[in-house]
Design a protein around this ligand. Sequence first.
Ligand SMILES: *Cc1c(COP(=O)(O)O)cnc(C)c1O
Length: 237
Amino acid sequence: MGFDPAAVAHSVAELQERLARAAARSGRRAADVTLVAISKTFPAAAIRAAWEAGIRHFGENRVQEWESKRGEVAHLGATWHLVGHLQTNKARRAAVLFDSVDSVDSLDLARRLDVALREDPHPAQRKLRVLLEVRLAPEETKTGVDPSGLEALARGVLLLPRLELAGLMCIPPPAGDPDDMRPYFRRLRELCDSLRAALGVPLPALSMGMSHDFEVAIAEGATEVRLGTALFGSRSP
Ligand SMILES: *Cc1c(COP(=O)(O)O)cnc(C)c1O
């Protein structure tokens, strides 16, 4: 799909404003909610356009696609997130290509990321930020850890020296009415609150909400919203 840098700049400004208003309605500060631009299927030039408009967090959903684009934009100061499901056989590459893996859903995967970083001497002692993806609608989605296994997974991840457990993420099944997403977002926040209490760790990040429903997610406590379509336009199928 084509995109227009001026249109991207306009969308960034408009979305930042909507984000700030949604935060204010819940008594929160705009600075407490990060806009993560989901650039999958769009070229590196789209990332650059969003970066020039002030975006500093980007998300891709496939390791291979990011490998093909990163040469053009990796030098920009930004935080690169992997938001899509990660197969264990790509963990090694993902560990060095991203700053944050937002979709960790098994201890096996977490261990592979940790090992990859320990074996990669450069840069020394870098920690990889991870979020745990929770499956809130088991009948409709395949990826994510079941809430019943979340605490055990979190405890396992906390023991891995090169991973920094920052919080939770969810991708609920899409709904026509954004308000129908509210129970999922609320559930993720409650799970995060109980986990924080059980583990005694900060867990500052709640990544939830996409183009269609990010304002509802912010009302329910999102600290990161992942916006693709609203920012770059529709993706070709
Ligand atoms: C594609 C994608 C998004 C962005 O979705 P939009 O509806 O285009 O905003 C967010 N999160 C994940 C995990 C995605 O794969």
